[in-house]
Design a protein around this ligand. Sequence first.
Ligand SMILES: Nc1ncnc2c1ncn2[C@@H]1O[C@H](COP(=O)(O)OP(=O)(O)OP(=O)(O)O)[C@@H](O)[C@H]1O
Length: 255
Amino acid sequence: MDIRLSGVSHFYDQTEVLRDISLEIPSGRIVCIVGPSGCGKSTLLRLIGGLERPSAGEIHQLGTPPADCLNPLTYIFQDFALLPWRTVRGNISLVLEDHGIRGKAAAEIIRDVLARTKLSDFAEALPKQLSGGMKQRVAIARALAVNPAVMLMDEPLSALDSQTRELLMDDLIALWSRTPFTAVYVTHNLAEAVRLGHSIVVMSRRPGQIREIVHLDTPLEQRGLGNAEMDEKQKYLWQLMRDEARAADAELIDV
Ligand SMILES: Nc1ncnc2c1ncn2[C@@H]1O[C@H](COP(=O)(O)OP(=O)(O)OP(=O)(O)O)[C@@H](O)[C@H]1O
C-alpha cells in the first residue's frame, strides 16, 4: 500500500504549521522526514496516521494493505509506550487481543515477531527489567505483530544512547532486509536519516514546506559507519538545513 499526500496544509488556530505538502510514500521503502524543531514533522505523521485531518489537501492510501494486516497505520513512539505491568509477551498480545486474536494464533505471531527482533529469550520479562534498546525492540515487535502496511515512526531512537542507537539501526536494517517494510521515519538525527532512509524529505522551518527530497541509492546493508557516500549526503543535508535550523532556533528564543 502506498500513501500519497497532495497539497496538504495544516493550521492550529491561526498558526500555519504545514504548507502545501505533496509526497509519495512507496510500499517497501523507508521515507525519513528531517527539519528544524517545530516545522511540523510530528504533525505530518499524525495527519498521515489519520489522528488529525489536514486543513487543506488530501491524503490517500493507494492499493490494499497486506491480507493479514490488523492495523494498516501503526505508530512507534520515542518513549516506547509499553504497559509496565505486562510482560514482553503480554505487551505484544494486547494488540492482538484488541483484534480478537488469542490462543495458538496469537502465540505463533508472538513467537515470530520475538524471533525477528531477537527477543525470544525475554518473552516473560517486564519492561523495567529491560534496557532502553530492548524496550524499543519490544515496541517494534508489537508493531510488527499487526503486520502494518506502514509504520509511522516518531523519533524512535532519540531516547537511546548513541551505541544503542547504532545497534537498533543495525536491527532495523536486518529486519527490513529480511522482509521489506514501509515506514515514515521522523528524526532530528541526520546520521540516522542517511543510514535508514531510501529517501529523505528535508522540510523548511514553520510553516513546514518540502525544501528538497534527497534519494539514496546505496542499499541499506552497505551503509555502515564510515561509508564515504553517506558522509557526503549527511554534509549535504546539513547544508540544506543549517540556515533553517538557525532561524527556527532564533524564533523559539523570541517567543
Ligand atoms: N495540538 C496542537 N495544538 C496547537 N499547536 C500545536 C499542536 N501540535 C503541535 N503544535 C504546534 O505546531 C508546530 C509544529 O509542531 P510539531 O510537533 O509537528 O513539530 P516538529 O517538527 O515535530 O517539532 P520537534 O522537531 O520539535 O519535535 C509547533 O509550533 C507546535 O507548537
